[in-house]
Design a protein around this ligand. Structure first.
Ligand code: MSP
Length: 513
């Protein structure tokens, strides 16, 4: 039986251009999806855009555009960012697509049928920027003394007829879920925040709006549009064919992993499982929430004018340097700072020096001293065996880390091996063996190319383009690198390797001379 894996990113609001925060979640999900594919899983990697609601409507208005035309343009821009970042998504869902509208309405009807929706009137605070209702007690004092949301977003008093979802009835079941399946919310620190929020008691959730109409009409009462978060969360269902449980993709339900930023954990860890329970649907396995990037020490914001478009970084530093930086610099789950200095340091120390030089030194010696042909696996010393044993354990160790979303630790594991290879090459000094013991020189170089093959294979999910180039230089053909299982078959000796070329050049500051 094929093992399936369903991973999602949030669907992004189309109120503005894509930025580094969007790229970050998407690269993380991409690394996980690519890794699981290498491990032999049948993966469904979903992403997309969240196109309804007041925030998008207002952004369109500000541009003098119809919301749909505006959403079309921004969604296209998101896809362009995804192409630039080489995101291997299997489906890109847009909430204005008919397949989604139908699924969201079907979910609504199911909730209604099950007696979880009632008509009432909402009176309270709403923050359009967060598309979130807040209780009075959650508000804080803003800089000008006015009350604002805990996120700093402006709030307004809303009073309108509204349908409600009886969320308050699900508190105990949610707490039981967090107790019995601790892995449902990761990391643990965030799980505790969610638990205490639920323990305080949940209010019923207003799930429709009547004061604007850019949304999915409520079935049977089109004066109301569905609350954008209920609409948005339903995307995870619509992409797998809901409500048609005979759809081929339905086999992927429930998701193995929802990756989200810490700001939207509440929606995914409270509202979403409650809605699914109410609709009698199996729950996702895990919601993992990651931290936020600051930019050169400051919060990223339109008002500060420091919003980073990942495509600009790629132009300056190259795609894989940026993918690597994003996954390496921020311990996955924590917060971190994105700075030019930090990017350059990672590029020069870890990519150019540690990995790039290792490959270059090994391959240039094979080119020069082994006639450009892959040496045979020779007689191994304890040191050889130790290095290769560490290397061969790597895919499994990383797999366990990837399953815990420890994406940074997994990289650290690879770098331990890279550093070990660098000590090995210094210690064995194959360039000296050339004269004294050419057989041993060839054996050492073969140990190194075998270790490098494993290193480059496991790094493919993080840096697909560069690792492709490195694997080609190592003489590894496509079928020999598309699964971890392929690593069990040694490459034939004597294979002619292409001329080695540096994969990770050092980055020199243009202004520094
Ligand atoms: N549309 C909702 C999600 C609906 S999912 C059913 C939404 N969209 S968003 O466009 O605001 O994108 C949010 C994602 O980007 C979140 O996961 C958020 O954490 C992430 N980021 C936004 N700024 C960020 C940083 N500065 N750093 C890291 N991630 C950040 O919320």
């Amino acid at each position: 039986m094929t093992r399936r894996y369903y991973v999602t990113t949030p669907i992004y609001y189309v109120n503005g251009a894509p930025h580094i925060g969007h790229a970050y979640t998407s690269v993380a999900a991409d690394v996980i999806a690519r890794f699981k594919r290498l491990a032999g899983f049948d993966v469904f990697f979903l992403t997309g855009t969240d196109e309804h609601g007041q925030k998008v409507e207002q952004a369109a208005e500000a541009k003098g555009m119809q919301p749909q035309a505006f959403a079309d343009a921004v969604a296209t821009d998101f896809r362009d960012m995804y192409d630039t970042m080489d995101i291997s998504y299997d489906d890109f869902i847009r909430t204005t697509e008919p397949r989604h509208v139908q699924a969201a309405q079907a979910l609504w009807k199911k909730l209604e049928e099950n007696g979880h929706i009632y008509l009432g009137a909402y009176e309270g605070w709403y923050a359009t920027r967060d598309e979130c209702f807040y209780g009075e007690e959650e508000l804080i004092d803003g800089p000008d003394g006015r009350k604002v949301a805990p996120t700093g977003a402006a709030v307004e008093w809303v009073k309108e007829p509204s349908y409600f979802f009886n969320l308050s009835k699900f508190g105990d079941r949610l707490l039981e879920l967090y107790e019995t399946r601790p892995g449902f919310i990761e990391p643990a620190s965030r799980r505790n925040e969610v638990k205490s929020f639920v323990k305080q008691g949940l209010r019923d959730l207003s799930v429709s709006r009547t004061s604007f109409n850019w949304g999915i009409p409520v079935p049977g009462d089109p004066k109301h549009v569905m609350y954008v978060w209920v609409d948005a969360l339903a995307n995870y269902l619509s992409a797998v064919g809901y409500p048609d449980e005979t759809a081929a993709r339905w086999a992927f339900w429930p998701p193995n992993l929802h990756l989200v930023g810490k700001d939207i954990l509440r929606f995914h860890a409270i509202y979403w499982p409650a809605l699914l329970m109410a609709a009698d649907l199996p729950l996702p396995e895990r919601v993992f929430s990651h931290g936020w990037w600051t930019i050169e020490g400051q919060k990223m914001s339109k008002s500060l004018g420091n919003v980073v478009d990942p495509r600009d970084l790629v132009k300056t530093f190259g795609l894989d340097a940026i993918r690597f930086f994003l996954m390496r610099e921020m311990p996955f789950g924590g917060d971190s700072d994105l700075s030019r200095r930090a990017i350059i340091t990672r590029m020069n120390v870890e990519l150019a020096n540690d990995l790039g030089n290792l490959a270059q030194r090994t391959l240039s010696q094979v080119a020069r001293n082994c006639d450009g042909k892959l040496p045979a696996q020779g007689k191994q010393t304890d040191e050889d065996r130790e290095l290769l044993a560490t290397a061969s354990l790597l895919p499994d160790i990383m797999h366990q880390q990837i399953d815990r979303q420890a994406l940074t630790d997994a990289l650290e594991e690879v770098w331990k091996l890279i550093r070990a290879c660098n000590s090995y090459i210094d210690h064995q000094a194959p360039w000296k063996l050339k004269k004294t013991d050419p057989q041993r020189m060839a054996d050492v170089l073969r140990v190194l190319t075998d270790a490098l093959r494993i290193i480059a294979t496991v790094l493919q999910p993080y840096m697909p383009g560069s690792m492709d180039r490195m694997l080609i230089q190592l003489g590894v053909e496509e079928g020999e690198r598309s699964t971890f299982a392929a690593l069990d078959v040694p490459l034939p000796a004597g294979r002619v390797l292409p001329k080695p070329e540096g994969v990770f050049p050092r980055y020199e500051e243009p202004e520094a001379s």
